[in-house]
Design a protein around this ligand. Structure first.
Ligand code: G3I
Length: 385
């Protein structure tokens, strides 16, 4: 059944023959000519069609997984089949965020019902799970915001933060492979209480508390907008490397870096610069995880077949650079299927023509898209870990 599904998906794309000559900003993006058949066969060669992304990854000493939301996992059996077909690792897209665990206002023990349901599913299917995310300015419960105003000052903020990290990490001790301890520290978010009150020290406090609570979970610093060839992201890459240097110099137990990989289809990649960036991280002795891979096609021109091929090309280039570094240990898709895409409930990311974004590896009918082939091909050609 799954096999037939996959064959029809490949046939569908190999049969479209759509032209995809579209200019992209930045870098030297390909493809620039040809058709989908030759693109998939020549640019994205893969090993046996029947191999899952999980097994391709395992064969290279990597992992492959995806983000899941508990209600979708519960309600959609096709989503579960897609997870079981391709994934070896799950990450709750929302269920482990602080604000998602607050069923009553105020400082009460977190309610992990949603995350536990994902974990139970993962266990039943022999999948691993990682934690996302302990400290993020977009997931602060409202009672915390009020407490920080009512009892201002460094000590009160530090104690709320450390208690939270300790409570979450202790509750999941021994069950999660990694924790995204601090998420998007370089974001320009308005509600950045921790940075405003504690300065950069909030990162130190969070990592030390996490290490103490679960010495075995890999501790990750996760950041978006580090991949593409534009001036904002170029600056962010430099700032991110400086931040890492400062943290490591202070003995903060950062063990890995999460490069989110929310790619924008209308931007390109500067392979050499990206490679140098990965090289710097490798030189610091840190591992890298691609934590949230998908492609926003809202800024791209062309029909959906054209956009899909260009998105696939971008993913391939990004992953080829990433995986050429042996310290890159795995990939997680944030949008596994276009049917359940976070872009659908994010109005400021909607396409102007009203057509839904096609960010995922599978389409809305769970058929493999060129992005799936790009991931498969990049993993197949990765160096062995
Ligand atoms: O559950 C309600 C649903 O009942 C309602 O119909 C729907 C209508 O808007 O909203 C649903 O809740 C949404 C929820 O995602 C579940 O889909 C929230 O409004 C929405 O704010 C929430 O967005 C999440 C966002 O983080 C904010 O926490 C996205 O799912 C999630 O994919 C996104 O993930 C982040 C990573 O954590 C960090 N990196 C960037 C990434 C994308 O923004």
């Amino acid at each position: 059944m799954v096999e037939e599904h996959m064959k029809s998906s490949r046939r569908r794309f190999l049969g479209t023959g759509a032209a995809f000559a579209v200019g992209l900003a930045g870098g030297d993006p390909s493809p620039v000519s040809g058709d989908s058949r030759s693109f998939l066969e020549n640019e994205l060669p893969i090993k046996a069609e029947s191999l899952s992304l999980r097994d391709r990854a395992i064969a290279k000493g990597l992992f492959f997984g995806a983000a899941v939301d508990a209600p979708i996992l519960r309600a959609d059996s096709r989503f579960r089949s897609a997870i079981e077909a391709d994934c070896g690792m799950l990450v709750p897209g929302n269920a482990l965020k602080w604000n998602w665990t607050q069923t009553v206002g105020g400082d009460h023990p977190p309610d992990f019902t949603l995350a536990e349901s994902i974990y139970a599913y993962a266990k039943r299917h022999g999948l691993k799970m990682r934690g996302h995310t302990l400290v993020w300015h977009n997931s602060i419960p409202s009672w915390v915001g009020r407490a920080l105003i009512d009892t201002p000052g460094f000590n009160s903020a530090a104690s709320i933060l450390v208690k939270h990290v300790n409570e979450f990490v202790s509750a999941w001790k021994g069950r999660l492979e990694h924790w995204d301890v601090v998420n998007e520290p370089l974001s320009s978010g308005k509600d950045f209480y921790w940075r405003d009150i504690l300065g950069e020290q909030y990162i130190d406090l969070a990592f030390h508390a996490a290490k103490e609570a679960d010495p075995k979970a890999k501790l990750v610093l996760n950041q978006d907008l580090l991949e593409l060839d534009d001036s904002y992201q170029r600056t962010l890459r430099r700032r991110f490397l400086s931040l890492l240097e400062r943290l490591l110099r202070r003995g903060v137990p950062v063990e890995a870096v999460g490069i989110e990989g929310h790619l924008f289809g209308h931007l390109g990649i500067d392979d050499r610069e990206l490679d140098a960036f990965f090289g710097e991280i490798e030189g610091m002795g840190l591992e890298v995880l691609i934590t949230e891979l998908d492609v926003w096609d809202g800024g791209m021109r062309g029909d959906s077949a054209t956009r899909d091929l260009n998105s696939a090309s971008l993913v391939k280039r990004f992953l080829d650079v990433s995986l050429s570094h042996k310290n890159c240990i795995g990939i997680l898709a944030w949008t596994l299927t276009d049917l359940h895409s976070w872009y659908h409930h994010t109005p400021d990311k909607w396409r102007r023509d009203g057509v839904p974004n096609r960010a995922g590896l599978l389409d809305e009918n769970y058929l493999r898209k060129p992005i799936w082939y790009a991931v498969a091909s990049a993993i197949d050609s990765a160096v062995m870990r």
